[in-house]
Design a protein around this ligand. Structure first.
Ligand code: TYD
Length: 138
């Protein structure tokens, strides 16, 4: 599976309203990469914007395991797409060179499946540097 744009992936859910539900990320079914790291963020105040960076090589899939997460993405060609994550079975794939900013509802929990271990040198944290990537790619 090759994805080069931010896109929603439906992982499906098994169960019922009586029992509750399970969603599964398994092997490379539905998956554009091998998972090397899982992290999660929580207790994010509602007035905080997280993210505000892009990655040079890291690919990620983020989920709102609980609550609502609004994510604005911008690709190096300038295309901006906004996503609302409000279902635990829906993952948002973030490709390389994708600037993203996220806002969280009260008690929202974000889980991320990542293609690489943490590496600060992989981050582009300066928006003007991100825009230079765009110039270099065009
Ligand atoms: P960052 O990715 O900037 O968080 P967000 O995009 O949600 O605002 O990470 C915040 C801090 O946490 C950063 O200083 C580095 C640290 N961190 C790790 O040490 N390991 C990790 O896997 C992650 C995701 C972050």
């Amino acid at each position: 599976m090759i994805l080069n744009r931010p896109s929603l992936i439906n992982f499906g859910s098994m169960g019922s309203s009586e029992l509750g539900y399970i969603s599964v990320a398994e092997g490379n079914k539905l998956f554009p990469f091998q998972i090397k790291r899982v992290y999660w963020t929580y207790f994010t105040p509602q007035n905080v914007i997280r993210g505000r960076h892009a990655h040079r090589r890291l690919e990620q899939i983020i989920f709102a395991i609980s609550g609502v997460i609004d994510c604005e993405t911008e690709m190096i060609d300038g295309q901006i797409v906004r996503f609302r994550l409000d279902e635990p079975n829906m993952g948002l794939f973030l490709p390389i060179n994708c600037w993203h900013e996220m806002k969280f509802s009260h008690a929202a929990v974000l889980m991320c499946l990542a293609s690489m271990e943490y590496d600060e040198t992989d981050y582009i944290r300066d928006y003007s540097e991100f825009k230079k990537v765009r110039e270099n790619e065009n």
